[in-house]
Design a protein around this ligand. Structure first.
Ligand SMILES: [Fe+2]
Length: 156
């Protein structure tokens, strides 16, 4: 379920500037062609874990433990393959931080064999997914680029 506008424009601008200037950005293999940044390498990502834990807990109806944060910049044509998340990453909040244009680049949650949910985020919007229970994917990015913040939680 999408929660609209969870971050202020100034916070998103700051995240983008910090990502773009970080020496710890690396080529992320999960989404071929994309760039990633682990929250444990910098000081500006993981504080969002605790801030948004109540949002994640409300969505899944369970107590959660903060794990780690991550940012990814994907470029046109980059694709998140169909997958479920690794052990310990039970719940993930995806927040769209910035895009090169106003096109929607949906996250697809495969809730059953018959049903896919298309999560259509605008900048600042968040969606909470039980990423080990539900496979998810993102079709090739239509925008020139998009930047996201991912906050991982585990069941306590
Ligand atoms: Fe995932």
């Amino acid at each position: 379920m999408i929660t609209k506008a969870v971050l202020r424009p100034a916070e998103m601008a700051n995240l983008q500037i910090q990502f773009e200037s970080s020496p710890h950005v690396f080529k992320c293999s999960q989404v071929r062609g994309s760039l990633g940044l682990h929250g444990n390498r910098v000081n500006f990502i993981n504080p969002y874990l605790e801030r948004f834990r109540p949002l994640a807990e409300r969505n899944v109806g369970l107590s959660l433990k903060c794990q780690h944060g991550f940012m990814r910049k994907s470029f046109k044509g980059n694709e998140l393959p169909f997958h479920t998340d690794k052990f310990g990453l039970d719940v993930t909040i995806t927040i769209q931080i910035a895009t090169s244009d106003n096109q929607i680049n949906p996250l697809i949650v495969h809730v059953s064999l018959e049903e896919d949910i298309e999560e259509r985020l605008n900048n600042g919007d968040a969606t909470v997914v039980k990423g080990r229970e539900f496979a998810h994917s993102r079709p090739p990015v239509k925008s020139d680029w998009m930047l996201g913040l991912f906050l991982h939680y585990s069941f306590t």
